[in-house]
Design a protein around this ligand. Structure first.
Ligand SMILES: Cc1cc2nc3c(=O)[nH]c(=O)nc-3n(C[C@H](O)[C@H](O)[C@H](O)COP(=O)(O)O)c2cc1C
Length: 217
C-alpha cells in the first residue's frame, strides 16, 4: 500500500523514466496529465486553466489565470506578453507557483519552481498552432497588454489597419515560459465520505529524484 510507505524515491522529471512501484507509474508529470484528462472528460472546457503566482519588487504576491500547455516532457508552459506585470515579476525572480483547480473532480494540483523563457524555435511552432482569429487579435493587444484605453473600439481600429496575412509571422510580443526546475508538486483530492488525499512529490537535487510522501489532508 502506498500509505504504508512514508517516502518513495522516484524518477527525475528531466529523464522521464518512470519507476514502476507495485505496478504503478509514479511520475508526477504523468499524474498531472492524467488528472487533467480526467477533468476534461467530465466536461470541463478549461481544464488546462491554472493560476500563476509570482511576486514583485515589494514582495507582494500576484496571481492570474493562464491557459497552460505542455512541452514534450509534460512540463507546464504558458504564453504571454512582455509588457505584462508577470514578466516584470519574473525578470526580478523566476520563482513561481502554478495551481490547477479542477472543479468537476474536486481536485487541485499545485506546483512550485523556477521558470525559464521558451526558445524562439518553440515560440515559432506554438504561434503557428494558434487560431488565426486569436493571432490577429494578438498582433493588436500583445505588445500593449495592460495599457489603459478608453474603449475596445481603439483596438478594432488598429486591427483594421493591420496588413493582410500579417499574422503569418510570430510577433516579438509573443513570448512564454516553462518550468526549468520544479521543486514540489502537490496533488489534493477531496473524497466523498472519507478523508481528502494529499500527495506530495519533492524534487531532490542531489539525487535528481522525486521524493513521494502522503500528507495529512
Ligand atoms: C480564461 C483566461 C485565460 C487566460 N489566458 C492567458 C494566457 O494564456 N496568457 C496570458 O498572458 N494571460 C492570460 N489571461 C489573462 C491573465 O489572467 C492576466 O489578466 C493577464 O495576463 C495580465 O496579467 P499580469 O497580472 O501579469 O499583468 C487569461 C485570462 C483568462 C480569464
Amino acid at each position: 500500500m502506498l500509505e504504508a510507505i512514508a517516502t518513495v524515491t522516484i524518477v527525475s522529471f528531466r529523464n522521464k523514466v518512470s519507476m514502476i512501484f507495485k505496478g504503478m507509474s509514479l511520475n508526477p508529470l504523468e499524474k498531472l496529465t492524467k488528472w487533467l484528462t480526467e477533468e476534461r472528460s467530465l466536461g470541463s472546457n478549461f481544464a488546462h486553466g491554472a493560476v500563476l503566482g509570482t511576486s514583485g519588487q515589494d514582495g507582494m504576491p500576484h496571481t492570474r489565470m493562464l491557459g497552460i500547455s505542455f512541452n514534450r516532457q509534460g512540463v507546464p508552459k504558458f504564453h504571454t506578453s512582455p509588457v505584462s506585470r508577470k514578466v516584470e515579476d519574473i525578470n526580478l525572480t523566476n520563482k513561481a507557483s502554478l495551481t490547477f483547480a479542477f472543479q468537476k473532480t474536486m481536485r487541485s494540483i499545485s506546483l512550485e519552481g523556477f521558470l525559464e523563457p521558451l526558445s524562439d524555435k518553440e515560440l515559432d511552432a506554438d504561434w503557428k498552432k494558434l487560431e488565426v482569429g486569436f493571432q490577429k487579435n494578438y498582433l493588436v493587444f500583445g505588445h500593449q497588454s495592460g495599457r489603459r484605453i478608453n474603449s475596445l473600439q481603439e483596438l478594432r481600429v488598429q486591427q483594421d489597419r493591420l496588413p493582410s496575412s500579417g499574422e503569418e509571422n510570430k510577433p516579438s510580443s509573443f513570448i512564454g515560459y516553462s518550468f526549468k526546475i520544479i521543486e514540489r508538486i502537490t496533488f489534493y483530492a477531496v473524497a466523498k465520505e472519507d478523508f481528502a488525499r494529499c500527495e506530495m512529490f519533492e524534487f531532490e537535487h542531489n539525487t535528481q529524484d522525486w521524493i513521494y510522501s502522503l500528507r495529512v489532508p
